[in-house]
Design a protein around this ligand. Structure first.
Ligand SMILES: Cc1cc2nc3c(=O)[nH]c(=O)nc-3n(C[C@H](O)[C@H](O)[C@H](O)COP(=O)(O)OP(=O)(O)OC[C@H]3O[C@@H](n4cnc5c(N)ncnc54)[C@H](O)[C@@H]3O)c2cc1C
Length: 321
């Protein structure tokens, strides 16, 4: 194969960080012709920016509606065409939904949530966590067509610059057979302007150890000082202390920040499944036997209500000096 097709997610103007990382991976594959697929409102404007990432051709679908499985799968199928192709996408909610369906339509392998990719277009090797992050598996594909989703933040972001204007191939909004149609009834936006957990470089996360909804107020000054996103365990979500969009783990979000600070989180396997690929893990827990210490780079056995404010004060001082 000689083509790499990257699905580029955007907000109508800016390209999402995970998609920029996927473009960087595509550009690192020697000899590949990099193409992109852009769907949604503002697709043409986003398409024009992609030359800076080494993209030579963009398949653009101008579409006003909310995410729809059939539209995204159909558009990706058109962009992939009949020939050999490596298809890359960031492992977002959209890609989790359409990538396996695309694999079925193209009759090709699909590998989700990878953290490493190597090889060339003659044979791609990928590594991904399995058994909720307890082990890794390495897979090699020599198939002519392959679809891979990349864990956000597991790959470096490329420098954008240079590159000519890409060729634009406008694709009509695909017709979706009635039997396959899904309808979006409502889109629930997060109620705050907080940093997206999956794209954050730093996450301050709280669990049952914070003691109640007001316990998260102890974490917020540190979150602010570090310019971090706020995460939580599922137990804190189920207790109603924080909204579900903060949940990290197997049934929450998968994150790979540079720094993950777990405060009052025991480190159950389902929580670790969502954060164990963080580059540096700091755990603050009263219990020295807490499983989170097994994966922590730095462990503090102490009361979080004493440590977190002191930690925040020290960092604020360093930042101010
Ligand atoms: C199918 C399934 C899916 C799941 N998905 C997820 C998921 O996506 N994400 C997730 O997080 N969980 C998930 N869980 C739940 C998971 O098993 C645990 O129950 C949960 O992660 C525990 O949350 P916690 O660490 O906040 O609470 P606990 O396990 O109760 O731990 C609280 C910790 O706080 C410490 N602590 C208490 N007070 C303080 C203090 N003052 N200072 C410092 N430390 C203190 C304690 O020592 C303890 O270690 C799932 C479970 C199942 C069965």
């Amino acid at each position: 194969m000689s083509r790499v097709l990257v699905y580029v997610e955007h907000d109508g103007e800016a390209i999402r960080k995970g998609s920029r990382q996927a473009l960087g991976v595509a550009a690192s594959i020697g000899g590949a012709q990099v193409e992109a697929l852009v769907i949604g409102k503002g697709a043409a404007g986003v398409a024009a920016k992609l030359g800076a990432y080494g993209v030579t051709k963009v398949h653009a679908v101008e579409y006003d509606g909310a995410y729809a499985t059939g539209v995204w799968t159909g558009a990706a199928q058109s962009a992939a065409g009949d020939g050999d192709c490596l298809i890359l996408a960031s492992h977002t909610s959209f890609a989790r939904d359409f990538a396996p369906r695309l694999g079925a339509r193209l009759s090709c392998p699909q590998v989700s949530d990878i953290v490493e990719l190597s090889g060339d277009l003659g044979g791609i090797e990928v590594k991904r966590p399995i058994f909720a992050g307890k082990a890794f598996e390495t897979l090699k594909s020599e198939a002519g067509r392959l679809i891979v989703t990349l864990r956000p933040n597991a790959f470096a972001e490329p420098e954008a610059g240079g590159g000519g204007a890409p060729e634009i191939n406008e694709i009509a909004v695909p017709e979706v057979p009635a039997a396959l149609q899904t309808t979006v009834i409502e889109v629930l936006k997060p109620d705050t302007e907080e940093i997206d957990l999956t794209e954050a470089d730093v996450i301050v996360s709280g669990g049952i150890g914070v003691g109640g909804p007001e316990g998260f107020d102890t974490l917020r000054p540190l979150q602010k000082t570090l310019g971090a996103a706020l995460g939580s365990s599922r137990a804190a979500v189920l207790a109603g202390w924080i909204s579900p969009d903060h949940q990290v783990g197997q049934t929450g979000k998968t994150v790979s920040p540079q720094l993950y600070i777990a405060c009052g989180i025991s480190g159950a396997i389902q929580h670790r499944a969502g954060m164990s690929s963080s580059k540096c893990i700091v755990a603050i827990n009263k219990d020295p036997q807490a499983p989170i210490f097994e994966i922590a780079d730095y462990g503090i056995v102490a009361d979080l209500f004493k440590v977190v404010p002191a930690f925040n004060e020290a960092i604020a001082k360093i930042k101010a000096s």
